[in-house]
Design a protein around this ligand. Sequence first.
Ligand code: E4P
Ligand code: PEP
Length: 338
Amino acid sequence: MVVVMAPEATNADVQAVVDLVRSAGGTAFVSRGVSRTVVGLVGDVADFDALNLGGLAGVLRVIRVSAPYKLVSREHHPDRSVIRVGGVPIGPDTLTIIAGPCAVESAEQTLRAAWMAKAAGAALLRGGAFKPRTSPYSYQGLGEEGLRILAGVRAETGMPVVTEVIDPGHVDLVASYADMLQVGARNMQNFALLQAVGSAGRPVLLKRGFSATVEEWLSAAEYIAQRGNLDIVLCERGIRTFENATRNTLDISAVPVAQRLSHLPVIVDPSHSGGRRDLVLPLTRAAIAVGADGLIIDVHPEPTAARCDGDQALVDADIRQLAEVASVLPPVMGRTLA
Ligand code: E4P
Ligand code: PEP
C-alpha cells in the first residue's frame, strides 16, 4: 500500500501517518520527491485498511498495490489450474465445450438439446432448472423437476451436468444432482451464495457480473476459494456498455487478463454476450483464438418455442458448423477438444 501525501502536507502530517502505521505493527518508508511525499507501507493490508489512512490530514490518496484476492491469484499458484467436472478437464491444454438448453423445459426438449450439444463437440451439458429472470412473470424454470430431468439426460448421454443455483438455501439440493454449480452474472456478488457453493463439494462455474471489473470478479471467486473450494472456472459472458447492437458486449480482453491474474480456467459464453444466434459462431472463434479454456453455448431443438433466450440458441443447422470450429481451431491454439 502506498500513501500519497498532498503537496501542502506538513512534516507533522507525514509523521502522523508513519506513527499510525507503526502502531498497527507495519513498517513505513518515507520517500520525499520534489513536489510530493509518498509513504510506502509494508505489512498486513487488512490491518492498514482499518486505520482509515485516507481520512488523515495531508493525505491525498491511498493506493492499494496488492490485489484483494490471494488464493485465486497466480502469485499464490503460479501454474494454471485444471478443473475436472465429472472427469472432463477444463484447463490450459484443452478446449471444453459446455452446451445445452438455456432452460430445462421438458425431458424431451432437454434430451434433444443434449444430443445436439454432443454432436457439436460438447463434453458437458448445461441447462437451467432455476432461472434468474429479470421479470417475475418470465419463465422461472422447473426447479427440482428440472434437476431430475438433467440427471436422467446425463444417465442417457453420459454428459456431466452444469446447472445454475440462485438461492443459498438450494445449494445442497442442486449439488445433489449437478456435477458443477453455476453462479450466474446476476449473483456474482451474492456473497452468501458464493460461500455456500464454496462449501458444497462441487466445482463452480462463476460468471462475471454485467458491471463487474475483473478485480471484483476475482474477489468473488476468492469467497468460494476461502471456503476450501479451488475448483472454480471463470466465465466471461459480456458486460453492460453503451452499445445496444448486442445484448451485452463480450469483453474478449478479459480472458487473457483474468488468465494472467488468476490460475483458474477462463471460458466464454458467446450466447448470453451477443444475445443473437448469428453472433454465436463468430464469438466462439474469437474466444478460441484469444485463448479461452472453453465455451458455454445455448442450443435448442425448437428455439421459436423456447421459454427463455430462444434468439441466441443454436439450431440443428448450426451444429455442423460448430462441430467444425470445435475440431479445427483448438489444435491451432495447441489444445485438444475435451
Ligand atoms: C438466461 O439464462 C437468463 O435467465 C436470461 O438471460 C435472463 O434474462 P431475462 O430474464 O432478462 O430475459
Ligand atoms: C445462464 O447461463 O443461464 C445465465 C443466466 O447466464 P448469465 O448469468 O450469464 O446471464
